[in-house]
Design a protein around this ligand. Structure first.
Ligand code: SF4
Length: 216
């Protein structure tokens, strides 16, 4: 029975993945960046902040700091001032400076392209590492942000609250080549339809396959 349940879940996941991907064909990373370093910095800034706000701050920031060495050498108070409007600016500035210091020393300024190396950097967790891998390097990465966490639970793809456990559940269920794109698709669905407070179940493209339909 458990085995049959697993097969049914896989079939349902397949349908949901296909339907949602069709519903959001242009889902993509909404942070502006031109290289892995800029993406890493923008992703750190996006914690507890909207991508729109981050995109307002980064043009001037990226003009001022052009390399990992530039961030590593920044005066803490000055970098804090430069990113202040994204919130939590002290800890974000610290993460950027220390991660960039590691990158400058250990990798000659190049952002690593291995998950294990990325998560060793100060202030870089699996979410940021997967954003970098998937978007800057084209290496599949399952990004579990607040939207993905909420939707994976509502859709019954996981029973966990811990982002790392959710990531592993999703990696089991979703084909590897779809990890990056499906993260974007879920994030877009979470912003547009399955919002935290008021999910629009009547108009949801996967309502028929969602165990939480009308129950949130
Ligand atoms: S049916 Fe409702 S709870 Fe389920 S994914 Fe759609 S909007 Fe979210």
């Amino acid at each position: 029975m458990a085995h049959r349940g697993g097969a049914e879940l896989k079939a349902r996941v397949r349908t949901v993945v296909l339907r949602l991907t069709k519903a959001y064909p242009r889902a993509h990373c909404t942070l502006d960046y031109r290289n892995p370093l800029e993406l890493m910095v923008a992703t750190i800034l996006s914690a507890q902040c909207t991508d729109e706000r981050v995109n307002k701050v980064t043009p001037a920031l990226f003009k001022k700091y052009r390399s990992a060495q530039d961030y590593a050498a920044a005066l803490p108070a000055e970098l804090e001032k430069d990113i202040r409007s994204t919130g939590f600016y002290r800890s974000k500035a610290k993460s950027i400076r220390l991660a960039c210091s590691d990158i400058a020393k250990k990798y000659a300024g190049r952002i690593p392209d291995q998950l294990g190396d990325l998560v060793e950097l100060h202030g870089i967790g699996r979410k940021t590492a997967n954003v970098i891998l998937g978007n800057a390097y084209g290496i599949p990465g399952m990004v579990v942000d607040t939207h993905v966490k909420r939707l994976a639970n509502r859709l019954g793809f996981t029973q966990h609250k811990d982002p790392v456990k959710i990531e592993f559940d999703l990696m089991q269920l979703i084909p590897k080549e779809r990890w990056t794109q499906f993260s974007h698709v879920l994030i877009q669905h979470g912003r547009r339809c399955c919002t935290a407070r008021r999910p629009d179940c009547p108009h949801c493209p996967v309502g028929k396959w969602c165990p939480s339909n009308g129950k949130v």
